[in-house]
Write a protein that binds this ligand. Structure first.
Ligand SMILES: C[S@@+](CC[C@H](N)C(=O)[O-])C[C@H]1O[C@@H](n2cnc3c(N)ncnc32)[C@H](O)[C@@H]1O
Length: 375
């Protein structure tokens, strides 16, 4: 049987005329293949960025910024270097490096002026190791174990990833929590504008699955008399110890290693409980148990902060939807959390004044209060 032919040009057919269809014939133009190409290129885009970071390309361009200016840039403060020069500095093959540089430029992450390359504002802020919002350590670990992506269809068939993070959580979470620290710490520090934790007197904070403890550290930095109990798994909690020491707040932290479903927690002992990016790997039952633990740990009027990526009812937030897919790809119970679902869990646990904040772009948190105790 012959395939129906796809006309290369929009055709004016009898059935397409305004008289019959009520709309102009141009409606019948075939759709562009751009979304399909965007998906195919997604793999190359990710690996181009990962390779650029692994080669130290952004840091080399940052170092060139500090040297003598060799080219003109709109801001006048940026050195522009050639592929040959960079290849020498990085010990790389020039034509291969040039191809990578052009690709990273095409992705909007570098500037190219004639034959020279330089950092743009995005690269300087997010992709240099010392950038104020550096994601350089996050990029290599953010997608989870790469092998699980190549077996995604099997995961969908069987309902379980081939190599879930759950089998060896410390191996995955140690680099992940170091990679996410700066972004989450910035979000936590900015969240003070919405939560007002710096106005609290001597707050007691409980941080479950704290990772590098970005939430506790931001809160302790803002509250000189605050104290925090920081929990994570054995094998990960030393990341929090190191970060707390780096930020000069370790003497106000108590580290409590172990499974957050099982560790001892004082009833009514805390002003703030943080559940930072832990619920989405738990599945609904595990997430509800954590929220119940948070409720039990809080004093009346204490607040829970539940940070995560939430898909809305219409699943119209692609970043959250794909983050949910990332969880599903590599964890046993990981799924996207819908905003409505998270709000309902909090309300079911007894929380009130439930609200959603976005302290910095793409970082969301629900904040909710335990009711005042009845006289
Ligand atoms: C995505 S990270 C979030 C880290 C930090 N809260 C944040 O917001 O950046 C999840 C953390 O939960 C920890 N975790 C996972 N399962 C845990 C468990 N059963 N008990 C304690 N911590 C756990 C992991 O080790 C990891 O540090």
């Amino acid at each position: 049987m012959s395939q129906p032919r796809d006309p290369p040009y929009p055709e004016l057919k009898k059935t397409h005329t305004m008289a019959r269809a009520g709309r102009p014939w141009t409606d019948h133009r075939p759709p562009a293949a751009a979304p399909v190409w965007a998906a195919i290129e997604g793999l190359g885009r990710y690996y181009a960025l990962a390779a650029a970071l692994e080669l130290g390309l952004f840091d080399a361009l940052a170092a060139a910024d500090e040297g003598p200016v060799t080219g003109n840039s709109p801001g006048g403060s940026q050195s522009l270097v050639t592929a040959a020069d960079l290849a020498r500095r990085l010990g790389a093959s020039e034509p291969h490096l040039e191809s990578l540089l052009d690709s990273v430029t095409a992705m909007g992450l570098l500037e190219r002026t004639g034959g020279t390359y330089g950092l743009n504002d995005t690269a300087r802020r997010y992709l240099t190791r010392d950038g104020p919002a550096s994601m350089a350590e996050l990029v290599p670990v953010a997608p989870g174990p790469v092998g699980n992506w190549t077996r995604l269809a099997d995961t969908v068939r069987t309902g379980r990833p081939a190599a879930p993070i759950d089998d060896d959580p410390a191996a995955f979470y140690r680099p992940l929590t170091q990679g996410t620290f700066t972004t989450v710490w910035r979000s936590a520090a900015r969240a003070d504008l919405k939560i007002g934790y710096s106005r609290m007197r001597a707050p007691r904070i409980l941080d479950l699955g704290a990772g590098g403890a970005p939430w506790s550290i931001a809160m302790l930095e803002a509250c000189g008399d605050g104290r925090a109990v920081i929990n994570d798994l054995d094998g990960v909690i030393d990341i929090a110890r190191a970060k707390a020491a780096e930020h000069g707040v370790a003497d106000r932290c108590q580290f409590r290693p172990g499974d957050y479903h099982a560790i001892d927690i004082e009833d009514g002992g805390y002003d703030i409980v943080v559940l930072g990016h832990v619920c989405r790997t738990e599945g609904p039952a595990g997430a509800r148990r954590l929220i119940d633990r948070a409720y039990g740990a809080l004093r009346p009027e204490g607040r829970v902060v539940l940070a995560d990526y939430f898909v809305d009812q219409l699943k119209a937030n692609p970043h959250a939807v794909l983050m949910g897919l990332t969880m599903m790809t590599s964890t046993v119970n990981g799924f996207p959390i819908a905003s409505r679902q998270a709000a309902a869990w909090l309300a079911d646990a007894g929380f009130e004044a439930v609200r959603l904040i976005e302290p910095i772009g793409f970082q969301f948190a629900y904040v909710a209060a335990k009711p005042r105790s009845r006289p």
